[in-house]
Design a protein around this ligand. Structure first.
Ligand SMILES: *[C@@H]1O[C@H](CO)[C@@H](O)[C@H](O)[C@H]1NC(C)=O
Ligand SMILES: *[C@@H]1O[C@H](CO)[C@@H](O)[C@H](O)[C@H]1NC(C)=O
Ligand SMILES: *[C@@H]1O[C@H](CO)[C@@H](O)[C@H](O)[C@H]1NC(C)=O
Length: 329
């Protein structure tokens, strides 16, 4: 069963299916489950993504799929196009395929994936790698079956929530308003409530100017990169200076700031708030008001030259539409 005996390995990614069965959880994971889980979590740790948990329900689901494919379909790929889980499959022929080999085959697609522009080299299926490291997927279940006659091993993993939900990236937006007048209002966007900011800006607005702006129903904040041609190779949001417009009016220059310990403290204090407004008292500075909400990155806006975010769960505290645009000409 050497590498040379490999006739073929095929990989599939699909968005899927399968209902659950109920029952009591097994206290100790079987060896194969541990191997699947460890291989996934190694790949996730390598790119700073939290580990998956094993789900017996998903494990049972994949088990039913591979048994059906073995008994009725000669271990072909399963048709998993309609279902609520993410799924990776591997079809390996002419050799034994261990759980680790299956996961490694998916992770190897990493080589063909370009994180910067979310693109994939021609003739490769980066979806399988992206599903392995998908940040919002939390649970994993996998199973394998072998068809002895055909010498084929089919491996299937399910992921919940499913990955590769194209372009529906949600970010957490926080607007921090120092109560002492004259200090700039800050805007922060984070991928998750604990991630370091995608962008953190001092806006050319003080708290009273900002408060009078948000009295109007709809706000469009446009940030136009103040960048020279050398800067245009950097990721869009890394630019240090932006000309800010609010509903068409030029406000002035917004500046990227480094995360100070005070910013970190403020973000930490609001970490559990998914949407809302509040006040954080603080002796030294007189305290901060904050507004916080979930923003959806607009599909197709992830280019090097423009990104758009819309507030998706307006709470009473926001009470309005808010969109933020970043542009580079
Ligand atoms: C998974 O399958 C096993 C064996 O059939 C069963 O005992 C267990 O209750 C199932 N667990 C879940 C969560 O479906
Ligand atoms: C897979 O199943 C879906 C519906 O469940 C069907 O529309 C599709 O044609 C099937 N694909 C293949 C390759 O059989
Ligand atoms: C806040 O900004 C407004 C508008 O730019 C300005 O008129 C006002 O003086 C500022 N307030 C303080 C306390 O700096």
């Amino acid at each position: 069963m050497a590498q040379a005996g490999l006739l073929g390995i095929l990989i599939a990614f699909l968005g899927i299916c399968l209902s659950s069965a109920d029952g009591k959880p097994a206290p100790v994971l079987p060896a194969a489950a541990r191997e699947f889980l460890e291989a996934h979590n190694l790949a996730r740790a390598a790119v700073g993504v939290a580990p998956l948990k094993w789900s017996e329900k998903l494990g049972n689901g994949t088990n039913r799929v591979v048994r059906f494919q073995r008994n009725k379909m000669g271990c072909q790929f399963a048709n998993l196009t309609s279902g609520k889980y993410g799924a990776n499959q591997l079809w390996g022929s002419g050799m034994a395929v261990t759980p680790r080999m299956a996961v490694d085959a998916w992770v190897n697609e990493k080589t063909f994936y370009n994180h910067a522009d979310n693109s994939c080299a021609p003739n490769h299926r980066c979806g399988v790698y992206k599903q392995v490291v998908w940040r919002k997927s939390l649970e994993l279940g996998c199973a394998q079956a072998t068809c002895v006659k055909q010498q084929v091993t089919l491996t299937v993993c399910f992921y919940d929530p499913p990955g590769n939900i194209i372009d529906s990236l949600t970010v957490c937006g926080t607007i921090i308003c120092p109560v002492i007048n004259g200090k700039p209002v800050r805007l922060c966007l984070q991928e998750g409530s604990q991630s370091s900011p995608l962008i953190l800006l001092d806006l050319p607005l003080n708290t009273s100017a900002f408060s009078s702006l948000i009295k109007h129903g709809m706000i469009r904040m446009v940030f136009e990169c103040k960048c020279d041609s050398a800067g245009s190779k950097e990721p869009l949001l890394s630019n240090p200076q932006w000309v800010m417009y609010c509903n068409g009016l030029k406000m002035g220059l917004a500046r990227r700031r480094e995360l100070s310990w005070k910013d970190e403290w403020l973000l930490e204090m609001t970490r559990t708030v998914s949407a809302g407004a509040g006040f954080l008292p603080d002796k030294g500075s007189g305290g901060h008001k904050y507004l916080r909400g979930q923003f959806e990155k607009v599909p197709g806006s992830g280019s090097d030259h423009s990104q758009a975010y819309h507030l998706i769960d307006p709470s009473d505290s926001f009470g309005q539409e808010l969109s933020v645009f970043f542009l580079r000409h």
